[in-house]
Design a protein. Sequence first.
Length: 606
Amino acid sequence: MCGIVGYMGKENAMDIIINGLKHLEYRGYDSAGVAFVEKKKIKKIREKGKVDLLKKEIDKLKIITHSAIGHTRWATHGSPSKENTHPHSDCKNKIALVHNGIIENYLELKNLLKSKKHKFSSDTDTEVIAHLLEENLKHYPIFDSILNTINILKGSFALLFIFADYPELMIGVRKNSPLVFAEKDGDSFFSSDIIGISTYVDRAYFLEDETIVFLNKSKFSFFDFKGAEKKIPAKRIEKSSFFIEKKGFKHFMLKEIFEQPEAIRETIQDRYSIEDGTINIGIDKSLFEGIDKIKILSCGTSYHAGLIGSYFLESFGGVETSVILSSEYPYKELKEKETTLFIAISQSGETADTLKAIRKVKGKNRIIAITNVPESSITRESDNYVLTHCGPEISVAATKTFTSQVALLFLLSLQLSQQKNALNKKEIIKLLEELRKIPVQMEGVLNKSSLIEKSASKFYQKENFLYIGRWINYPVAMEGSLKLKEISYIFSEAYSGGQLKHGPISLIDEGTPLIAIAPEDRAKVKILSNIEEAKTRGAEIISIGTKGDSELLSLSDVMFSIPPVNEFLSPFLTIVYAQLFAYYIALRRGVDIDQPRNLAKSVTVE
Ligand code: AGP
């Protein structure tokens, strides 16, 4: 899950590559590098750390070139050192390439190439590709050598190649890792994600799997892995109304937390009518016909959204629903019945685990994908998809995509209910009216952010936190805990309130902070007892509950309140406090909030 960019054209390639890499830094930021050809020699500049460090070096050297490739890395094979930074080359430094993905058979290939006296200068899987191509070029012309090379590789790869001896050539290859190509007025661009080049182009070729792009000066052609030419249509790029700027916020994460009301409005608008109580999220009726089970596949935050969605699907749609981590699904030895509907949730639409899981049932079962990225791999590989309309989410920690996924699952379950006559029209209209109020109620919670900031200053030095919730707010506790771990590096764990007494309660000691998500709902009485049990043992209680709940207030050291809402909708509000709490704790601890260590936004490795 790295980001790659390529450019060939009239402008200074360095400006375009650096700008592209900055936009792709969400994919990884361990190290960054560029390569270009100068006087028939490959030149490389590589820096450990973020793209800004690479930019400094490039600015110092005042490089001007009209063709280059660049890479921002999330280390998989080999530490994030300078030697392991892309681009990588062959023994004679005649080839430079950048790679996103993983070469699964690299060890086998490396041993074979070593036996042919190839010298390796990194620990990466990527470097074998350069040497393999070098080996092929000894016997075959360039195009055949590319074909021979890529057809031996196992795993996932988006690749860009340049050649010292052919400065006007750039070759792009895509298999199981995203790659976009675009051309405008004779200038050509490659990027892992359209976001890397969208400032320069209006149309792009979203390459399908097993595609080669052969770019010679400004002429380009597409080929499959057998070498046959193919046509790919260019698509208009939808420019988002959300900007990729911080708009005065200190971090993208904070900006994105505050964008949630708007993201939900954008996601639900035009998809329902309160007047006649109908829902149409743009999926075919046939998808719900005859289904008796729903399985949701997702990871991380999207998994938590799926857990909340499962309550909607069961309660409104009346269909038994299970939520499975995509990374675990391939190990299941199941013969899925045709009557099971799959829902894949992924904000990026690129998560390798989820992609693999849906490939397992593709062609046999109906699949609906929920993503935030129109041209992502999961969107394109699913017969049916529904988009959240959040605009790009830059912060690694997902926030606005989470609440928009939940909003979409709410509508999806009401559409299912409508089709199955599970709820009556009056009940559906009532739920839609309540959903419509959520963005304004969220704004009310966001207006209290200074309260959270204040209490974060009290708790930020704690070394661990426990989160509890029950029923529909148990996944909120899990998501709140994930946010805290991700950006503050504080250890935390989330439990269903009912599970405390089955073990984790032994962790509670004088002053252990316990965050309880306990709004007014069917689980409230029970979670109050759980809070009481923890308090008796010395826990400091930070609660998120419903305004006016004096019982909860009396048990809490700090309480944040949401307005009274339908019990199914409280997660939209309780999570905002949990997100802000994690944010302000991390801010106090002075960590890199938008790009936390070891993480990447788009997880394209299994
Ligand atoms: C969220 O804050 C995390 N960065 C991560 O858990 C993420 O939700 C997970 O990797 C799944 O990503 P996806 O939604 O793009 O598939």
